[in-house]
Design a protein around this ligand. Sequence first.
Ligand code: LMR
Length: 332
Amino acid sequence: MKISQILAGIVLGSAVLAASAQTVIKFSHVVAVDTPKGKAAVFFAQKASELTKGKIKVEVYANSALYKDKEEMEALQIGSVQMLAPSLAKFGPLGVKEFEAFDLPFIFDDKADLHKITQGAVGASLMAKLEPKGIKGLAFWDNGFKSFSANVPLKNVADFKGKKFRIQSSKVLEEEIRALGGIAQVMAFSEVYQALQTGVVDGTENPISNFYTQKMHEVQKHLSLTNHGYLGYAVIVNKKFWDALPADVRGQLEQAMKEATVYANKIAQEENDLALAGVRKSGKTTVYEPTKEERMALKKAMAPVHIKMADRVGKDTLQTIYKETGFDPNAL
Ligand code: LMR
């Protein structure tokens, strides 16, 4: 065989190899598969494979299978995983404190209010603040509004006094529990069920989809539908990894993310409604719907959190949000 034929063979061989090469994106998250985030991650994985014609394989790791809350952010920054969708509360500890605005109690009346922010200038500027941390923000995904649970009924502000509540690592959430006279305990999501079961904490706050899929209804006798705060996600990737992808592949992944975001936001409410039906059907937790007056009393008790946290979260960001949503902590 001539040397030129051998060389041609090598070139062809490497071209075939390059054509069949597959890039893996590890997508880690902490919730169950049957949740808005869990389902949207799987949807994205399928779309990504379809649109890139198999060049990208997204491996989804649910239920903290790879990393717990804080560890997953570090893993993304060093590139051990490429994609995450942490709750917005998880960006404060990263040093991007403006994200904690989303944790403020009662700041959004509904998802229409919320979308004005996530899909507007504030959302874009928050995502831009992640870039110096080596993170590229791709999308906001909805979950829903949080409700409080405990082993005693939570109807009035006095019912929270002296009770220990698990929270995500957020100064705003710490202040929220303090405003109710409770004790805040920061804990990784994967540890909450056991902490409730063993009485390490008395109660917690969750969107119902998380409450139900982590089986917290088995270890909490009362759930009060307070809907006092929002919990949703930012889908993020390791920026170096993202920037190194071929432009056409990046475009296909952006399209997959766009479709996954529409899907995520469409199913978020449905999943929470189904979860609530599941909790009711289990008969293990008494579900209480606070009256308008009881909810207003909670809202008033928590309004000072906005004032106390304004400097930390950023007054400009807050004013922009208040202008869009009409929320005024001073009017309560
Ligand atoms: C929590 O820690 O409660 C949430 O961030 C879990 C999640 O990702 O929905």
